[in-house]
Design a protein around this ligand. Structure first.
Ligand code: GCB
Ligand code: CA
Length: 910
């Protein structure tokens, strides 16, 4: 087998050897006609949805096909519309392929980085291969069906299908199962003598690091050489390790004779490389491994494969957490989903890389690639930027107890491990997420069928865990649970993996934040030997919603801020918590979600278009080393509020400043507001905002670092007849305690308030609350016909008046309604981890009411069967001429049930 021909010590690469190697490289490098070639074939595809015709063997003409390029998904738009559901079925892609004549002597493959969720590939009418699973790569040899040379056209047809398949994970989950050829597609042509190309679409080269220390490293490179020619071949395999500058630091060569059609495993061991330059988040130093196979005695390579090499070692300890290269390192980071607004999951690599970059800029060092393997660009970026990663297959919420389901899981796990084996960033392979979240209908943990099912889940977990340890003894295995400690414990699922991941939502899905420390300490007490990670925690935050009395489930920035501040503190203060990952880096698509932003899960640190929310700035302050100061709510740069008193020209509102310095000074339009101590990353100020532009400057004491935020403030007079502060406009969200700041229309909606003479507000009634009382106020339903769901989801029920004591003038009054009570029930969402909502209240009898504007009946007999279509946004724009001392009075007079009002806008128009 391998015989070392040359050995260079790590630092001592002498000039002479360097020169020789350089020369050898020069000889070996020039792209010869024979080395492997790989090119993307993303352009010029044709696409159509399935229509019953089988296009596999008769691809037909060009009509009815849409020109697309991949990455492509057919669900980019239909996941966002008001129609529940999205297309889950088959789609056809086809493309003309031209291959040069000299490829006749090559082995040609099609390589797909991923297709959602199942694919069949045809070449010139012949089935080249099938693949199940939407998140791993696959590759098929196609030479035998190709027509070569100029003028010859080949037709590649790919049938992709994202229908529900009970034998294929994921079965159900809180994310969208986009369909399509949504990652890069490649054409690959290799010499018939090549490294293995048929090993689960892996690179065929596996880099092991059996021993790494600060003093020395042992690297083992394994590969399989394949002789697909019809004659025996004498071959030389050469493996080189190069440093970041491209200098060869070690080489190994071995000679082999392969019979026709033979495959042979080759292993090169690089023993005791001295003083390796280690890889870490602070210094993500990468070497490279290149393996080539040549004809004996020839310098020309027949095939070459390369891989990054990051030298590091690590371990998890149940009591003291994670250690990288012998040093303790708290893993702090986020999860990531792979979609982007407007693109679905069909992203160019640059957007995947940008996400990893944003995590790095946050100060994070850990990415949970959830809930499935993602584009290769993600882990490549983790390698380069120094982000440690956990990767998992999409066994989410439930399993199917069928041999096919088990087989698919095992194949996916094998694909995941082999395709990503060489990424130094990967430290964990995981395989299940909250798999006991909902037992199949009729099953409970106490009945026999339920116990049998749980037993099968555990059996699958054991198989996957054993498979993973066999495939890769150098990484840790992990299984991720929701916060039902006893359930997973009794099922044996906390015992099987090397690390337990917990998705913890106390203070979100369960009422009390204090549940978090209690849960963490329970793990330590009851599973003292099991390392753990907080694999998820998060709170919904619609960046438009704000509150100064934040409440669980109100989806305000401020509730999420306090939630994250609480969690991070408890995670950091417990050494046994090896690390954590926020749910989620950015907002992501979950088609069946309703609430403030339908179809979007917004438990995230970045908005969908990757703008930072406050919590992101908070993490920067806690995690980044360099001096940092950022004004919170900088995204909330359009604010409104009522003046503090009748003759005040200011409104006081709190502002948080995030910093890693001991104190921060805040200035408003150049005037200091004082200096405050920074506590756990946050300094808190009360700012007297004036009408118009407010320029905030934050300064970390003793540091030259500052931050600025320009905030435009719409100041509402307390007494609307005020001369000093003329009334112009007022927007109120009824039944709501939040501010809604809408940058698009440049409007701010204020929370409701009761009427006081001289001012404005409602008379009578109460805020709408769900029958289940799950939310503090408002509905959780998608309101059709609007992007302002949060405004329409809240309403005041049973009000008798809304009054504004505005000065004389011409006004426009717009009333907003959505019928919330009389609504068809929503689908029970599987990911809703809150206690069961309980029985659905009987639909109330239809309401009926009139609205009078300054003594005139203006809107008649409003009700669910007249204008107020359930869950539909409805508005009426009215005009009124207000006389001196008259103001605006809206009377709500119900004849059946109670009147409602969701929002009101009053604008002076003369
Ligand atoms: C979870 C799931 C994740 C959901 C998240 C949520 O526990 O693992 O897929 O998106 O909660 O937001 O409910
Ligand atoms: Ca890609």
């Amino acid at each position: 087998m391998a015989e070392p021909v040359e050995f260079c010590c790590w630092r001592r690469l002498c000039v002479v050897v360097g020169l020789c190697v350089g020369l050898l490289l020069l000889l070996a490098r020039p792209a010869t006609a024979q080395e492997r070639q790989q090119q993307s074939i993303n352009s010029n595809w044709l696409f159509r949805k399935a229509n019953g015709t089988d296009y596999a063997r008769a691809p037909g003409g060009a009509t009815g096909w849409e020109k697309v390029s991949v990455p492509h998904t057919w669900n980019a738009a239909d996941v966002l519309d008001d129609e529940p559901g999205y297309y889950r079925g088959a789609g056809w892609y086809k493309k003309a392929l031209h291959v040069p004549a000299d490829w006749q002597n090559r082995r040609v493959y099609l390589h797909f980085e991923g297709a959602g969720q199942e694919a069949e590939v045809y070449v010139n009418g012949q089935l080249a291969g099938q693949h199940a699973g939407g998140y791993t790569a696959f590759r098929f040899p196609i030479s035998r069906w190709l027509r070569f040379g100029e003028g010859a056209t080949n037709e590649v047809v790919v049938k992709v299908d994202n229908r529900h398949n009970p034998d294929l994970p994921p079965l159900s989950a809180d994310f969208t199962f986009f369909g399509g050829l949504y990652r890069d597609v490649y054409l690959l042509a290799a010499n018939p003598v090549h490294f293995e190309l048929a090993d689960y679409a892996s690179s065929g080269l596996f880099v092991h690091m059996p021993a790494v220390s600060a003093a020395s490293a042992t690297v083992e490179v394994k590969g399989t050489v394949v002789n697909e020619t019809s004659a025996p071949r004498r071959l030389t395999v050469l493996t080189e390790l190069t440093d970041r500058e491209g200098q060869v630091v070690a080489r190994q060569r071995s000679s082999h004779t392969l019979a026709a059609g033979q495959k042979l495993g080759v292993r090169h061991t690089f023993d005791k490389l001295r003083q390796p330059h280690l890889w870490s988040p602070a210094d993500p130093y990468l070497y490279h491994v290149t393996a080539t196979v040549r004809e004996a005695g020839q310098e020309q390579a027949l095939d070459a494969v390369s891989s990054p090499l990051g030298l590091r070692w690590f371990r998890f300890d149940a009591a003291t957490g994670f250690f990288l290269n012998g040093q303790p390192l708290k893993l702090i980071g986020t999860n990531r989903h792979q979609d982007f607004p407007g693109l679905g999951n069909a992203l160019p690599d640059a957007l995947a890389e940008q996400d990893v970059q944003l995590l790095k800029q946050m100060g994070g060092n850990f990415l949970r690639v959830s809930h499935y393997p993602q584009d290769p660009a993600v882990l490549a970026a983790c390698d380069r930027l120094g982000i440690l990663a956990s990767v998992e297959i999409p066994v989410v919420n439930a399993i199917t107890d069928s041999p096919a389901f088990f087989e698919h899981c095992k194949t996916m796990q094998t694909e995941m491990v082999r395709q990503n084996f060489n990424h130094p960033s990967v430290i964990i392979w995981a395989y299940m997420n909250e798999v006991l979240l909902r037992l199949p209908t009729g099953l409970t943990k106490d009945n026999a069928a339920g116990q049998a099912y749980i037993g099968r889940v555990a059996a699958l977990a054991r198989e996957l865990d054993a498979l993973t340890r066999r495939e890769d003894p150098s990484r840790y295995t992990m299984l991720v649970n929701h916060g039902a400690f006893d359930l997973y414990q009794q099922a044996g699922l906390t015992n099987i993996p090397m690390i337990v991941g917990w998705n913890l939502y106390p203070g979100w899905y369960s009422p009390d934040l204090e549940g978090l420390p209690a849960f963490l300490d329970r793990h330590r007490r009851e599973l003292p030997d099991k390392p753990m990670l907080v694999t998820e925690y998060g709170a919904d935050a619609d960046a438009r919603l704000h509150s100064f009395q934040p409440l669980r489930f109100d989806k305000t920035t401020e509730y999420a801020n306090s939630y994250h501040q609480f969690y991070l503190q408890h995670i950091l203060s417990r050494p046994f918590v090896a690390g954590s990952a926020v749910w989620n880096l950015a907002e992501f698509s979950s088609e069946s979600r309703e609430e403030a932003v339908p179809h979007i899960n917004n438990k995230s640190l970045l908005t969908a278009d990757r703008q930072p929310k406050d919590a992101y700035l908070f993490y920067q302050a806690r995690l980044r080393q360099a001096p940092f100061v950022k004004i919170g709510s900088r995204a909330w740069n359009l604010r409104a509020g009522s003046a503090t008193s009748a003759d005040s020209l200011h409104c006081r509102q709190p502002v948080e400043v995030y910093s890693n310095q001991p104190t921060v000074e805040l200035l408003l339009n150049g005037q200091t507001l004082g200096t405050r101590a920074v506590q756990s990353g946050v300094a808190r100020f009360s700012v007297p905002f004036g009408a118009g532009l407010n320029q905030l400057t934050a300064r970390a004491a003793g540091q030259a670092i500052t931050d600025q935020a320009d905030i435009e403030f719409q100041l509402i007079p307390t007494i609307l007849e005020s001369k000093k502060l003329p009334f112009t406009e007022l927007n109120v969200s009824l039944g709501d305690q939040r501010y809604f700041s809408d940058a698009r229309l440049h409007q701010v909606w204020l929370p409701e308030q009761p009427y006081t003479p001289g001012g404005w507000g409602y008379v009578g009634g109460h805020p709408y609350v769900l029958p289940s009382k799950r939310l503090p106020y408002g509905s959780d339903r998608n309101i059709q016909g609007t992007d302002y769901d949060a405004l329409f989801e809240t309403q005041r029920v049973g009000l008798t008046q809304f009054r504004l004591d505005v000065p004389a003038g011409q006004y426009e009054v717009t009333l907003y309604f959505a019928e919330l009570e009389v609504a068809p029930p929503a689908e029970q969402l599987v990911y809703n981890l809150a206690k069961n909502d309980g029985p659905v209240a009987p639909a109330p009898t239809a309401r009926r009411f009139d609205v009078w504007l300054n003594g005139q009946r203006t809107l008649s007999r409003l009700g669910p069967d007249q204008y107020l279509v359930p869950l539909q946004a409805t508005s009426f724009k009215l005009q009124v001429n207000v006389r001196r001392g008259q103001g605006i009075t809206l009377d709500f007079k119900a004849t059946t049930g109670e009147a409602v009002l969701n929002g009101i806008q009053v604008k002076r128009i003369d």
